[in-house]
Design a protein around this ligand. Structure first.
Ligand code: COA
Length: 321
């Protein structure tokens, strides 16, 4: 589904936060117990370390609380919690229900599973809820992928990590979301899956090939709908799966590395959490100024994909404008 928005008012990001478990798992740790090397992992993926531990709810609560604190709000000010996750703590109920209780959120709560596209799917849904009259939505991407990854499988163990990132969206006059593109090709869903109670299995080569194509195609759709070219983008925040996927996609889009935010070197692939983790890193490093154009673009199991162009009408960290 593709759409361009044509109405006054909208929503903007007024606070953000992140959470990572304390335990760092380095490539050397894998080298010590699997048939792999730091060199192989770094060259093929760009990943040097990832974090393992905690629960999806605990990471989501920590990131969500930080976002509320930054916005000067409490849970009582929030009308809805959207939690993007593909590694929920329970089959039933939603992990968002625990976040709702622990943060004392007034409104509704639900999980969204669109795998690594989940945060951008959630962003669009948050805008939709606000367009329907809600005032504020807490959007979180949180994962504990280490629990659904076979730590003895060198094909997958090296890739995935745990973490969370959150934003608070608030109704405003100056809409931040210029355009978006959300998609899914369910016929390819067996390329990357995990049965209930089982581990992730993946056709890495095919996922790689498709990832580059859908990121480029989706980014082009969102940029065309926003009426912009890639030259005008101040920042690109791609899903953090593999540095070679990011480089290949950005090269086809004529986006230079200095305009791309990456955290995967330290986090690995954290699925729904990866885009907010990379977005917050860029914001904290002063890489976004008022009215900058920012592209978010992701892909993942499903196969799903999602992109969005934002004009940064949101908050800017102190002294960074
Ligand atoms: N260490 C050493 N060798 C490894 C390894 C590891 N950790 N993991 C796999 N290998 C081996 C394989 O067993 C295979 O060996 P074989 O040729 O003897 O069968 C070989 O390396 C595979 O090499 P190749 O296919 O050339 O690897 P690659 O360049 O495709 O890289 C991935 C593999 C998984 C890193 C890459 O395909 C990838 O990142 N794919 C996308 C995955 C992804 O992003 N998933 C999440 C989507 S949201």
């Amino acid at each position: 589904m593709t759409t361009q928005r044509h109405r006054d008012g909208g929503a903007t990001i007024i606070g953000w936060g992140t959470a990572l478990p304390d335990r760092i798992v380095t490539n050397a740790d894998f080298e010590a117990r699997l048939d792999t090397t730091d060199e192989w992992i770094t060259e093929r993926t760009g990943i040097r370390e990832r974090r393992h531990g905690s629960t999806t709810a605990a990471l989501a609560v920590e990131a969500g609380r930080a976002a509320l604190d930054m916005a000067g709000l409490t849970g009582d000010d929030i009308d809805f919690v959207l939690l993007a996750t593909t590694s929920p703590d329970y089959q039933i109920p939603s992990t968002a229900s625990q976040v709702q209780e622990e943060l004392s959120v007034r409104g509704g709560a639900c999980d969204i599973n669109a795998a690594c596209s989940g945060f951008v799917y959630g962003l669009v849904q948050a805008h939709g809820l606000i367009a329907m009259g809600l005032q504020r939505v807490l959007l979180i991407g949180a994962e504990t992928l280490s629990r659904v990854t076979d730590q003895q499988d060198r094909n997958t163990a090296i890739l995935f990590g745990d973490g969370a990132g959150a934003v608070v969206l608030e109704a405003c006059e100056n809409d931040q979301l210029l355009s978006f593109d959300l998609g899914s090709d369910g016929s390819a869903r067996t390329l990357l899956d995990a049965p209930i109670g089982g581990y992730i299995a993946m056709n890495g080569k095919e996922v790689f090939r498709r990832a580059v194509t859908v990121m480029v195609d989706s980014a082009r759709v969102s940029m065309a709908d926003a009426g912009i070219t890639s030259e005008e983008l101040a920042l690109v925040v791609p899903h953090q799966a593999n540095i070679r996927i990011i480089e290949a996609a950005c090269s086809r889009l004529d986006i230079t590395a200095d305009r791309v935010s990456t955290v995967l070197q330290e986090t690995g692939n954290t699925s729904s959490a990866s885009i907010p983790l990379a977005l917050v890193r860029a914001l904290e490093n002063g890489r976004v100024a008022a009215d900058d154009l920012v592209l978010l673009v992701g892909f993942g199991a499903g196969m799903s994909w999602a992109s969005a162009v934002l004009r940064w009408t949101g908050r800017i960290p102190e002294g960074k404008s």
